[in-house]
Design a protein around this ligand. Sequence first.
Ligand code: PLP
Length: 419
Amino acid sequence: MQFSKFGEKFNRYSGITRLMDDLNKGLRTPGAIMLGGGNPGAIPEMLDYFHQATADMLENGELVSALGNYDGPQGKNTFLTALAALLKEQYGWDISEKNISLTNGSQSAFFYLFNLLAGKQIDGSHKKILLPLAPEYIGYSDAGLDEDIFISYRPEIEHLDNRMFKYHVDFEHLEVDDSVAAICVSRPTNPTGNVLTDTEIFKLDKLAQDNGIPLIIDNAYGTPFPNIIFEEVTPFWNKNTILCMSLSKLGLPGVRCGIVIANEEITQALTNLNGIISLAPGGFGPAIAKHMIDSGDLLRLSESVIKPFYQDRAKFAVSLLQESITDNRFKIHKPEGAIFLWLWFDELPISTMELYERLKARGVLIVPGDYFFFGQKEQSEEKWDHSHQCLRMNYVQDEAKMRDGIAIIAEEVIKAYSA
Ligand code: PLP
């Protein structure tokens, strides 16, 4: 079959698609330990809550009403109004429902946004999305209708106590010129669990404003919901910011609801895109989120159930890893949020792709770090070994699985170091 240029690009079975297939289908090996994917944890209190909430919504007719009607292309009005009021009250932001649009998952919001802004321009020039701190979310990497729409920069590495480290934006090297369409960061970051400091966000905001381009902040794990963020930082938005949120990590990835908070021009553009591409975003996610706002449960559960669940799991996984791998060349990025740990095996004699294969053969799935360094700008002649020495693992599995998985990781890493 003859596919179009678009067809050729999006029909590609890229390395990362193969990897995601691996993760999602699960290994054929019985008892495989899945530390790779980004599915949120099954938190018993949240499962009970969603059970009860959907039962209540069935009872009062909201469920069938959400399923039986199309919303407008901007998304369910009642939810937009309730969310705008909540954010205004919570943070004092100057927003209304005219600043919010919904998409079918925030993944599709990024597809819309990147292609609205980057790629071939009307004047024939080509613009890119600047990722100031790579490693960055792999889900962005294939989203361009045009090729080569990202430029990403290495971070500075701050070494901390207890074999921990933290990435920072290397502002000295960032170059913003006419070829940059927008700056984009995930905060907390997938894959590292890093949370950009307030100072970094203020500087990025200034850089964006000075250059007349938007700052996109991917808040899929951030505040006020799902609130998987363990540092005290200030939530950030202004009319030059495009803040993307999601219901997925709240425990509702199946409803596919992404939320974009932006100025009215961007909101209108996303509304128009929705109309063409999907008529309207799904209505069930916003209906249940509206139910949670009305009952005061959205922020309460995020703060009192979701955040402590992940914080405890992260602590447990970090201490187990540190006990199991005592080599000083092994370090962990300080877990500040999101649902992953980012492990660095300095001077590892094998690549993390090889480590991935060895672990997969033993029934443990992780994600090699190489995938998260797309769009890298050459910052020096030398090859950057660090980008081949890291891996991402989620820590949402139960205690027994985490113990088994970490024991196997430790064995393979120790074997590789001593070969
Ligand atoms: N952004 C980040 C940083 C993510 O980790 C994910 C999913 O894992 C997404 C966006 C997309 O999530 P969704 O499309 O489920 O809203």
